[in-house]
Design a binder for this molecule. Structure first.
Ligand SMILES: [Fe+2]
Ligand SMILES: [Fe+2]
Length: 155
């Protein structure tokens, strides 16, 4: 079934797409910059999910309802294994922590922006898609926070 969008919804979806593009690029960069392999994996996994978000927005914009239910199974990102706590010299841990904090700011921003999008639309397909995406952005935030705490880097 076709999704009919208002001009405002269309504009908001375009903006979300731009934000997701930044998320994809940042997480791809971060996956290369991080020194802890566990963190590299988490960033790569997030980059993949941001790509799915981008595609879902694209589908909405072309009038199709994305299949949000099917996508990525809910895996709790980064349970925070204490085993991967190799001390590789304080500097690298700090660099990794900085990447996590940068990512958290980005997730907070994009989660807020989805929140606005949800409040500005009565279209069920738009609301459902944005809610699904926002849920995953919050999981990203949670994964980042869990990682920092598990490494004793919080605070
Ligand atoms: Fe996203
Ligand atoms: Fe995210």
């Amino acid at each position: 079934m076709d999704v009919q969008l208002t001009q405002q919804e269309r504009q908001a979806l375009q903006d979300h797409k731009k934000h997701e593009e930044v998320c994809i690029q940042k997480y791809e960069q971060f996956a290369q910059q991080a020194s802890d392999p566990q963190l590299q994996n988490m960033f790569s996994q997030f980059a993949e999910q941001e790509r799915q978000h981008y595609n879902s927005l694209d589908q909405l914009l072309s009038g199709k309802q994305p299949s949000t239910s099917g996508g990525g199974q809910k895996q709790n990102p980064a349970p925070g294994g204490a085993q991967s706590r190799q001390q590789t010299g304080g500097g690298q841990n700090k660099e990794d922590a900085l990447l996590c904090r940068d990512a958290m700011m980005m997730e907070k921003f994009i989660s807020d922006s989805y929140d606005n999008g949800i409040f500005q639309s009565t279209n069920p397909a738009v609301r459902q898609t944005l809610q699904h995406i926002q849920d995953e952005e919050q999981q990203h935030g949670e994964g980042l926070l869990n990682y920092l705490q598990s490494q004793g880097l919080q605070g």
